[in-house]
Design a protein around this ligand. Structure first.
Ligand SMILES: [Zn+2]
Ligand SMILES: [Zn+2]
Length: 347
C-alpha cells in the first residue's frame, strides 16, 4: 500500500509499504480522509516526537475493512472516525474517564502508524473509534477527529461559557474556528482574532460577532474597546504562540479564564511570561485542555450531524498524499487557511 513515511527531520517519503494486519482487539481501516494538521508539521520539523520511521497522520476517517475477533462495537463496512486521543484503557487516567491523558499515548502517527496511508491498524478498536454519522463526509469527519473536538471541548468543558459572556478566540485555524462556532452556539459574544482576512471571513461565517486583524491593530486594545473597558470572560488560545498567550491573558476581565489549547515550542523558548499580580487581583485562571476522551466525541458528532454546529466552512482544500510536503512548506509561511484534507491515497 502507499504511505507517507517520516524517516527523519523533514524526510517525509511516499513509498510502498506492507499492508498492516490488525490485532484481535484492533481493526483494519481503509482510510478515506486524513487532515493535514499543524502538529504533523511540528513532527515533520522534528519539534517533538522524533520516532522514525513513522507513518504520520492522526486526523482520520475511513471504512472498517476487518475487525478483530474481540471487537464488539464495529464490523466490516462501518464508517468510522478515529479520535486523535487514543488510549489503552487500563491506566489510572483511562479508568477515571480521562483517556485523552492516557499514559500509553496511543495517538495515531505518534504511538502507532497513522492515516497518511491506504490502511491503518487501529489498536483497542472498541475504545479508539466512533461511528461517523451518515450525513457527514469523511473529510468533515477528519477535521472533527482532532481540531474540531479540541476547540469544542475547550469551550464547553474548560471555558464553560455562559450565555451572554464575552469570548475572545485567538487564532482562526481549525481549533480556533471550532471554538468560535461552539462559543457562539453557547450564547457567547465572540471576538475572533487572526492576522489573515480569509481566516477572519470564515470566523464570521462560523458565528464570530466581531473580528480583529492583529496585523493591523493591537488585539488587546481592540478587545478592551469592544467590551467597553471590561475585557473578556474567556480567552481561547488556539495557536500555540507564547506571545499570543500573554495577549490572551491581557484580554481578560475580572474572573476571566484563559483556556490554553495551542501547544508552544518545546523547552524554555515556548514558555510564556504571565503577569502575576493581575492574576491574583482579578482572580483569573489559566486552564489547559487537550483534545477529549472518547466519550466526548459522540455529543459533538450528534450536534454537527444535526446541523447545530457547522464544520463545512473549515474544509478549504483536498489533496493527495504527495501534496502533503508542499502543504507543510506553506505552513512554514503561515499560508494555509482552514483545513487541508488528504482524500486521495493512490499517489
Ligand atoms: Zn490534528
Ligand atoms: Zn490509559
Amino acid at each position: 500500500m502507499k504511505a507517507l513515511v517520516l524517516e527523519g527531520v523533514e524526510q517525509l517519503i511516499l513509498k510502498d509499504v506492507e499492508k498492516p494486519t490488525c490485532d484481535k482487539d484492533g481493526m483494519l481501516i481503509k482510510v478515506m480522509a486524513n487532515g493535514v494538521c499543524r502538529s504533523d508539521w511540528h513532527k515533520w520539523h522534528g519539534h517533538y516526537s522524533r520516532k522514525y520511521p513513522m507513518i504520520l497522520g492522526h486526523e482520520m476517517c475511513g471504512i472498517v475493512e476487518e475487525a478483530g475477533e474481540l471487537v464488539e462495537r464495529f464490523k466490516a463496512g462501518d464508517r468510522v472516525m478515529i479520535p486523535v486521543s487514543g488510549s489503552e484503557g487500563t491506566c489510572d487516567m483511562c479508568k477515571s474517564g480521562h483517556g485523552n491523558l492516557c499514559e500509553s499515548y496511543l495517538v495515531p502517527g505518534i504511538g502507532y502508524n497513522g492515516g497518511f496511508a491506504e490502511y491503518v491498524a487501529v489498536p483497542y478498536a472498541d475504545r479508539n473509534a466512533e461511528y461517523l454519522p451518515d450525513n457527514l463526509s469523511f473529510e468533515e469527519g477528519a477535521i472533527l477527529s482532532c481540531r474540531y473536538i479540541t476547540g469544542f471541548k475547550g469551550v464547553v468543558e474548560a471555558a464553560k461559557v455562559k450565555i451572554g459572556e464575552w469570548v475572545a478566540v485567538y487564532g482562526c485555524g481549525g481549533v480556533g474556528l471550532a471554538s468560535v462556532a461552539t462559543a457562539s452556539k453557547m450564547g457567547g459574544f465572540v471576538i475572533a482574532v487572526d492576522i489573515k482576512e480569509e481566516a477572519l471571513k470564515i470566523a464570521e461565517e462560523m458565528g464570530a460577532d466581531y473580528v480583529i486583524n492583529a496585523s493591523k491593530e493591537d488585539p488587546v486594545e481592540a478587545i478592551k474597546k469592544i467590551t467597553k473597558g471590561k475585557g473578556v470572560d474567556a480567552a481561547i488560545e488556539a495557536l500555540g504562540n507564547k506571545n499570543v498567550v500573554v495577549q490572551c491573558f491581557n484580554s481578560l476581565g475580572k474572573l476571566g479564564r484563559l483556556i490554553q489549547l495551542g501547544v508552544t515550542q518545546l523547552g524554555p523558548e515556548g514558555d510564556a511570561s504571565i503577569p502575576i499580580n493581575p492574576l491574583v487581583q482579578g482572580e483569573l485562571s489559566i486552564v489547559g485542555s487537550l483534545s477529549s476522551p472518547i466519550q466526548g466525541f459522540k455529543p459533538m458528532l450528534e450536534l454537527v450531524a444535526a446541523g447545530k454546529l457547522n464544520v463545512k466552512p473549515l474544509l478549504t482544500e483536498t489533496c493527495c498524499l504527495s501534496d502533503v510536503v508542499s502543504v507543510f512548506k506553506r505552513m512554514d509561511n503561515n499560508d494555509v487557511v482552514g483545513a487541508v484534507v488528504v482524500n486521495d491515497f493512490t499517489k
